[in-house]
Design a protein around this ligand. Structure first.
Ligand code: ACO
Length: 174
């Protein structure tokens, strides 16, 4: 049927466009002396003091498209086998377009290349979308750090009318 053929052709075109966009993007490590994208990092972690502390011992990666930084991901090793995503964020103008998934997939490859066997990520009980996304990307719930956000953050955090109290830690085999 014409309609069916048209839809198939359209889907192929859409796939081609998506692939072309993805080819034009790259994830790379931020070099010493380059500007740290705090505006993005603060989207994922509103406490600048805590952020500064873990950045000291972390690798910072950026998702870049033609010199525009669209996302950031911060990795820190827990031990020789396990690495943690301390912070991941996509610029608000580019959210919900699949870039978060793309950045996570690339981060898994980077962590594997560095020799890690497992990757962890923690998020708040109130971060409903993130809890969904991480499980969709193969993470499994490992532990709950009760009252983590209440005890470690100066200001209360609310999302979806829920207080961020506990940290849910997810882990994935690489
Ligand atoms: N609410 C509901 N669903 C969501 C949300 C959300 N907040 N975020 C992602 N999803 C879902 C999408 O609907 C999509 O589902 P689908 O594949 O079934 O269609 C899937 O997750 C993937 O979505 P992407 O478009 O790849 O996600 P995006 O590019 O928006 O990146 C991210 C996700 C990084 C969480 C981004 O929304 C963001 O930067 N948010 C603000 C900062 C933040 O919360 N960072 C994580 C904090 S935890 C930490 O940093 C360790």
């Amino acid at each position: 049927m014409f309609f069916y053929k048209f839809t198939t052709k359209f889907q192929r075109l859409e796939n081609l466009i998506t692939q072309t966009i993805i080819i034009a993007m790259a994830v790379r490590q931020l070099e010493k002396g380059e500007m740290i994208p705090y505006d993005l990092l603060l989207l994922a972690d509103p406490d600048r003091k805590l952020l500064e502390q873990y950045l000291i011992n972390s690798w910072i990666f950026v998702l870049e498209q033609i010199e525009t930084i669209m996302g950031v991901c911060v990795l820190q090793n827990i031990d020789n086998q396990i690495v943690e995503i301390k912070n991941i964020a996509i610029d608000e103008n580019y959210q919900n377009k699949g870039f978060g998934k793309f950045l996570l997939e690339n981060t898994f490859e980077i962590a594997k290349t560095k020799g890690f066997e497992k990757i962890r990520i923690g998020t708040a009980n109130s971060s409903i979308g993130q809890i969904y996304l991480y499980q969709k990307m193969g993470f499994d719930m490992k532990e709950i750090r009760k009252n983590f956000f209440v005890e470690n953050y100066e200001n209360s955090i609310f999302e979806h009318n829920l207080q961020a109290k506990h940290m849910i830690v997810f882990e994935k085999n690489l």
